[in-house]
Write a protein that binds this ligand. Structure first.
Ligand SMILES: Cc1cc2nc3c(=O)[nH]c(=O)nc-3n(C[C@H](O)[C@H](O)[C@H](O)COP(=O)(O)OP(=O)(O)OC[C@H]3O[C@@H](n4cnc5c(N)ncnc54)[C@H](O)[C@@H]3O)c2cc1C
Length: 217
């Protein structure tokens, strides 16, 4: 701006940015994994696919110091006023959307209960483990459930799909707000689990990480 200071980019955790991929005409969407800050440092969790425009750029051409054009903030997936316990369900890099929300919640004097389910393909896909553990120290009623679909033999935690580990009795007991973020099949599976178990006293908000060929990128 006119004072010579860079303006802080404001966004709500859960929102996303569209990033331009240098030397192409393509743009891809990524959820912010942190909160707005005076340094304008932005964090994203980006999964590298075997062959993809952004994935190949990051693997082969991306250099520290490069400028990447960005359009932001976008989307309407963000934490609403909290009146009930929160159930957060993240598939893969869908975790990004919840990290800034959890940072904000952990800063509150009386944080609400939060139950985070985080599903990934393999153990190696689990991100930000220390950060997730640390929320447990700051949010009194915080539970964290990592679930690995293709678990190795040494994995002693939960395996399979997220909806197989949701607890009907626990979720039935009292109303809650559920936030879902990640691949469309994961979101559909959890929604149909809610239907099947006739759990309807919850508010559900979701953000689908559609692939670029089907998304309005
Ligand atoms: C609102 C929104 C938020 C998003 N946030 C994130 C985020 O935070 N982090 C993130 O990583 N992604 C996020 N995505 C997805 C992201 O925008 C891209 O679609 C993704 O990163 C792939 O881009 P790419 O250019 O590397 O691949 P593309 O050039 O788009 O090509 C991907 C290709 O890989 C194929 N493919 C898909 N899955 C697999 C697989 N499992 N194995 C092999 N091939 C496969 C596809 O069929 C396609 O041909 C988000 C999407 C939306 C809509």
């Amino acid at each position: 701006d006119a004072s010579g200071h860079t303006k802080q980019l404001d966004f709500l955790p859960g929102q996303y940015a569209r990033l331009h991929i240098p030397q192409t005409e393509d743009w891809r969407s990524y959820s912010f994994a942190n909160r707005p800050n005076a340094q304008n440092q932005l964090q994203f969790l980006i999964r590298l696919l075997p062959d993809g425009v952004m994935s190949n750029y990051l693997r082969e051409r991306c250099q520290v110091g490069q400028t990447i054009m960005m359009e932001a903030p976008l989307g309407s997936f963000y934490l609403r006023e909290v009146e009930r316990p929160l159930v957060f369900i993240a598939g893969g890099t869908g975790l990004s959307a919840f990290l800034g929300m959890l940072d904000n919640i952990a800063d509150q004097p009386n944080p609400p209960p939060v139950h985070l389910y985080y599903g990934v393909n393999t153990e190696a896909d689990l991100c930000e483990q220390q950060r997730l553990m640390a929320y447990g120290e700051r949010i009194k009623d915080f539970s964290y459930h990592p679930i690995v679909t293709k678990a190795s033999e040494s994995w002693t935690g939960k395996s399979g799909f997220i909806h197989e580990h949701l607890n009907k009795e626990q979720l039935d007991e009292r109303s809650f707000d559920m936030y879902l973020c990640g691949p469309p099949p994961m979101i559909e599976a959890v929604k149909s689990w809610l239907d099947t178990h006739a759990i309807d006293q919850c508010h559900v908000y979701s953000e689908k990480f559609l692939q670029s060929n089907t998304a309005r990128t």
